[in-house]
Design a protein around this ligand. Structure first.
Ligand code: UFG
Length: 322
């Protein structure tokens, strides 16, 4: 299929372009390069453009005879979204409407959308399945939920087919070292811990040691970026085969604490990780772990990277060389 990868110069988008090309599809990457990197566009043609530019999107959809869209383009810093919700609703919601309307105008009716476990808010129970109530506690999560609702209603009214993939914590890099995670500023745990091990920055801060978890630190479900990418390709093929629109969690189903991440980086790097214990970060749920059974049932998908050390190992290879 000819697939428009919107936000395809970013972390998860670029790994998905790679996986699409490997699976025999034709990615066309559309990105404004505010967060993405031109060096990450190595598979498919590149069009530099903004998510809000409906005219350009209509032109690209038509000229490249696009059959489906995968939409990654979004701001994704939880803390920033609380300080500056306008930026999040403007880009993640309003500009997404430009894309959806360009698609409807061009008769492109299949979309895979990057959603998030942040749309669940503070979980009532873990593991979290797709029926868990969605009560986001920050504008970022709410912006993603709003788009899920728009997709639902556009599906009802305009026959738009959609899958909203609710990611847990994306991590790792292409094991061949061609692309990897590169955020500025970096706020994610694994790259920060690796940088601390490499002495590129001071000790990593552990945000909260008094959670009701096995070792007092917060627990997350870390999912390898190539496993995420694989699920996008499967979701695309599922919709193309007449599959039903729905949200699908993407996680391994297994949680690891912040301390376990530090230990894993210590093992992979062969160096102790300097750390300091600090207070909780505002808005952090104690534990987020996916119930990934729908992804298995509907997409035949299962995370190939099940062990944290394997995920961290690919991240270590990437960061220590870049
Ligand atoms: N953490 C630290 N120290 C740090 C950075 C993070 O202890 O320097 C902790 C966090 O408090 C959290 C865990 O490590 O408990 C993971 O934090 P990340 O920032 O790596 O990831 P989050 O779980 O906060 O965020 C991820 C995605 C978001 C998404 C969110 C849903 O990056 O896009 O999951 O909760 F919204």
């Amino acid at each position: 299929m000819r697939v428009l990868v919107v936000g395809g110069a970013g972390y998860i988008g670029s790994h998905t372009a790679l996986t699409l090309a490997d699976a025999g599809h034709e990615p066309v990457v559309y990105d404004n390069l505010t967060m993405g990197h031109e060096w990450a566009v190595q598979w498919g043609e590149f069009v530099q453009g903004d998510l809000s530019d409906g005219d350009l999107l209509r032109k690209v959809l038509r000229e490249h005879q696009i059959e489906a869209v995968i939409h990654f383009a979004a701001f994704a810093y939880v803390g920033e979204s609380v300080q500056n919700p306008r930026k999040y609703f403007e880009n993640n919601v309003v500009s997404t409407l430009s894309l959806l309307h360009a698609m409807l105008d061009s008769d492109v009716r299949q979309i895979i959308f990057s959603s998030t476990c942040a749309s669940y808010g503070i979980p009532e129970q873990v593991p979290i399945n797709e029926s868990h109530p969605q009560n986001p506690i920050n504008p970022y999560g709410d912006s993603k939920l709003m788009v899920e609702r728009i997709l639902h209603w556009y599906g009802e009214a305009y026959d738009l087919k959609w899958i909203a993939l609710r990611y847990f914590n994306a991590a790792g890099a292409d094991p061949q070292g061609r692309i990897g995670e590169s955020h500025d500023p970096e706020t994610h745990l694994i790259p920060l811990v690796i940088d601390a091990a490499l002495e590129r920055r001071g000790p990593v801060q552990i945000f909260g040691t008094d959670y009701a978890t096995q070792d007092g630190t917060a627990v997350r479900d870390y999912i390898h970026v190539l496993d995420l990418a694989d699920a996008h390709v499967r979701a695309l093929e599922y919709l193309a085969g007449g599959g039903e629109s729905q949200p699908i969690n993407l996680g391994t189903g297994r949680g690891y604490s912040v301390r376990e991440v530090l230990e894993s980086v210590g093992r992979m790097s062969g160096r102790p990780v300097p750390f300091e214990e600090g207070p909780r970060r505002e808005g952090d749920p104690p534990e987020l772990v996916a119930d990934p059974s729908r992804a298995a049932a509907v997409l035949g998908w299962r995370a190939l990277y099940q062990e944290l050390d394997d995920i961290v190992g690919t991240a270590w290879e990437w960061h220590s060389k870049s």
